[in-house]
Design a protein around this ligand. Structure first.
Ligand code: BES
Ligand code: ZN
Ligand code: ZN
Length: 500
C-alpha cells in the first residue's frame, strides 16, 4: 500500500563531491555566514549561495525554506532555517525536516541530500540527529493515495534521501532502527486510513495473519463462535450488531526465551457508529479510526521482530464493528466479561472499554511483565490536552516512568492523569458489578480508565487514550492530514530501551 517510503543512505564525502537533485543546508537565525564545507561548495558554485544570502533573501528563521537553482551537480541548493541556535531541539529539527521534505516532494524533487553537520548546534548527539532526520523526513512525506484513480502517474514521490556527513561516527544501527519505525508508523496510518467498508474485522485479522507470517510471528485468530465459547461476553455483544463479525487477534513475539511477556492490547473497532446510541453528524465522521490502537500494536510487534529485540511481546487486538441492527446490544443490557465481572450498559457508544474488558482480562491471565492498552477511547481526550498530547493513566510507577521517558525521546507527548479511588463511585451499578459510563459525564478520560482497571488483575498496567491524537486535521511539522500512527514511535522507544 504505502510504497512511497523512500530509501535512505549515509554518504561520508565532502560537500563539493555531492551530486543530487537537491541539497538541504541548515542555518540558525542570523548566523547565515558561510563556513567550512558550505563555503567550499559556494566557491565551486561561483558564489551563488553567498550572493543569495547577501541580497537578504534568507535569514534562517525557523521553517524558512529557500530553493536556489544552480544547474550544477547539486541542481538545487535548499537553505533551511532552524531558528535561534540556543532554542534548537530535536522537536524543531524534526518539524523543519518534515516540512522541507514535503516542500521538495511537492516541487517534484525525487532525490535529495541533507548535509547532516549543518543541522546540529553541536549540543545534540550526531547519532540522534541522524535518527530524527530519517524519521521525520519519511513520516513527514507520508501520503495516502490508495483510493485515487485519476492521474496516478502524477503523484509526486521522493525515492531517495541521502545523508551527507564528515562525521566519523557509525550511523548504521540508528538508521536501520528508524527505517523500521518509520515504516511501522506509515503502515499503521495506511491501515487506519483504509475505509471501513474495506477494513472490516475480518480484513484486519487477515492483515494480522499476513504480517505475522512474513515476520515469523505466531498469530491466532478467534472467530465469533470461539469468542462466544471463550465467554468474552462483551466483545460478542458489541460485535453482534454487524454483519461483519468480531475477531480476536493474538500475536506473539519471542525474543527472550522463557521470560514473561509484555502485553499490548489495542482497541480495534473498525467503525464506531455509536450503536443504538447512534453518533449524530458530524461526530460519526472518521469513526473508521477507532481501530488505530490495534493497528499500532500490530506494527509495533512486527517491528520488534524485525529488530530482533531481546524481549517477549504479546499483542491482543479485539476487532469488531459497533453497528445498529435487530441484534445490537442495548442500553440496560447486562454483559459478562471474560473475567466473570458483570457490566450494565448505559451507553452503547462506550463500546471500546467493553471489548477491552475482555481483551485485557485475557492478556492479564498470562501474567504479563507489563500490560499496556492503546485505545481511541474518548472524545473527552480533546478536552484534557487538545491535539497536542495524549493522556495516559497507570497503576504502576515504574511503568509510568518508562512511558514518560519514552515520551521525551520519541517526541510523542504524553501526560499522566490520576486514578484516584474517589472516581470508582461513579461507575457503580444498581444491578450489575459496574456500569460502562459515569452518568455525571465528568472526567471522561479518567472514567474510561477507572472502568478498565477492573480487568487488569494485578498486572502493572497503563492505559493510553489516543482518542484525539489518532488523527490530524492539519499538515503541521511531522503530521500530515489523517491518521497519525500515534504511539508507534512511543512504544518502539519504550521497547528498545526496555531492560528488565
Ligand atoms: N470511539 C469513541 C471515542 C472517540 C470519539 C474517538 C471521537 C475519537 C473521536 C468511543 O467509543 C466513544 O464513543 N466514547 C464516548 C464515551 C461516552 C459515551 C462515555 C465519547 O467519548 O463520547
Ligand atoms: Zn463509541
Ligand atoms: Zn469507539
Amino acid at each position: 500500500m504505502n510504497a512511497s517510503t523512500a530509501s535512505v543512505n549515509v554518504l561520508k564525502i565532502g560537500l563539493s563531491k555531492a551530486k543530487d537533485d537537491a541539497l538541504l543546508l541548515g542555518f540558525f537565525k542570523d548566523k547565515v555566514e558561510l563556513a567550512g564545507e558550505i563555503k567550499l561548495l559556494d566557491n565551486v558554485l561561483g558564489g551563488i549561495i553567498s550572493r543569495y544570502i547577501k541580497d537578504g533573501n534568507f535569514k534562517g528563521e525557523k521553517s524558512e525554506v529557500k530553493v536556489i537553482y544552480t544547474g550544477n551537480n547539486i541542481k538545487n541548493v535548499v537553505l533551511v532555517g532552524l531558528g535561534e541556535e540556543d532554542k534548537f531541539s530535536f522537536e524543531i529539527l524534526s518539524g523543519v525536516i518534515a516540512g522541507a521534505s514535503r516542500k521538495l516532494r511537492d516541487g517534484r524533487i525525487e532525490s535529495f541530500s541533507v548535509f547532516l553537520d549543518s543541522f546540529n548546534n553541536k549540543k545534540l548527539e550526531d547519532e540522534s540527529v541522524v535518527e530524527k532526520i530519517v524519521l521525520s523526513s519519511l513520516i513527514g512525506m507520508y501520503q495516502f493515495t490508495e483510493y485515487k484513480t485519476k492521474d496516478k502517474d502524477k503523484i509526486k514521490r521522493v525515492k531517495q534521501v541521502t545523508l551527507i556527513t564528515g562525521s566519523g561516527k557509525n550511523f548504521e544501527n540508528g538508521l536501520m532502527r528508524n527505517l523500521v519505525i518509520a515504516d511501522a508508523v506509515n503502515k499503521t496510518r495506511d491501515l487506519v486510513n483504509t475505509p471501513p467498508n474495506i477494513a472490516t474485522p475480518e480484513y484486519v485479522s487477515d492483515y494480522a495473519k499476513g504480517l505475522a507470517r512474513k515476520s515469523g510471528l505466531k498469530c491466532t485468530v478467534f472467530d465469533e463462535r470461539q469468542i462466544l465459547e471463550m465467554k468474552m461476553g462483551c466483545l460478542d455483544a458489541v460485535g453482534k450488531g454487524s454483519v461483519n463479525k468480531p475477531r480476536l487477534v493474538v500475536i506473539e513475539y519471542k525474543g527472550a526465551g522463557k521470560e514473561r511477556a509484555i502485553a499490548i492490547v489495542g482497541k480495534g473497532v473498525t467503525f464506531d457508529s455509536g450503536g443504538l446510541n447512534v453518533k449524530p453528524y458530524p461526530y460519526i465522521l472518521n469513526m473508521k479510526d477507532d481501530m488505530a490502537g490495534a493497528a499500532a500494536a500490530m506494527h509495533v510487534i512486527e517491528s520488534c521482530a524485525k529488530l530482533k529485540l531481546p524481549l517477549n511481546l504479546t499483542v491482543v487486538a479485539p476487532l469488531c464493528e459497533n453497528m445498529i441492527d435487530a441484534d445490537s446490544y442495548r442500553p440496560d443490557d447486562v454483559l459478562t466479561a471474560y473475567n466473570g465481572m458483570t457490566v450494565e450498559i448505559k451507553n452503547t457508544d462506550a463500546e471500546g472499554r467493553l471489548i477491552l474488558a475482555d481483551a485485557l482480562s485475557y492478556a492479564a491471565k498470562t501474567k504479563p511483565l507489563a500490560l499496556i492498552d492503546i485505545a481511541t477511547l474518548t472524545g473527552a481526550s480533546t478536552i484534557v490536552l487538545g491535539s497536542v498530547g495524549t493522556p495516559f493513566l497507570s497503576t504502576d510507577e515504574k511503568l509510568s516512568e518508562r512511558l514518560k521517558n519514552a515520551s521525551k525521546s520519541s517526541l510523542e507527548k504524553l501526560w499522566e492523569l490520576p486514578l484516584w479511588p474517589e472516581y470508582e463511585e461513579s461507575i457503580k451499578s444498581d444491578v450489575a458489578d459496574i456500569k460502562n459510563i459515569s452518568e455525571e459525564g465528568d472526567a471522561g478520560v479518567i472514567m474510561g480508565a477507572i472502568f478498565l482497571k477492573n480487568f487488569v488483575g494485578d498486572s502493572p498496567w497503563a492505559h493510553i487514550d489516543i482518542g484525539t491524537t489518532v488523527w490530524s486535521k492539519a499538515e503541521k511539522g511531522m503530521l500530515t492530514k489523517g491518521a497519525t500512527g500515534a504511539t508507534v514511535r512511543l512504544m518502539m522507544d519504550l521497547l528498545i530501551n526496555w531492560k528488565a
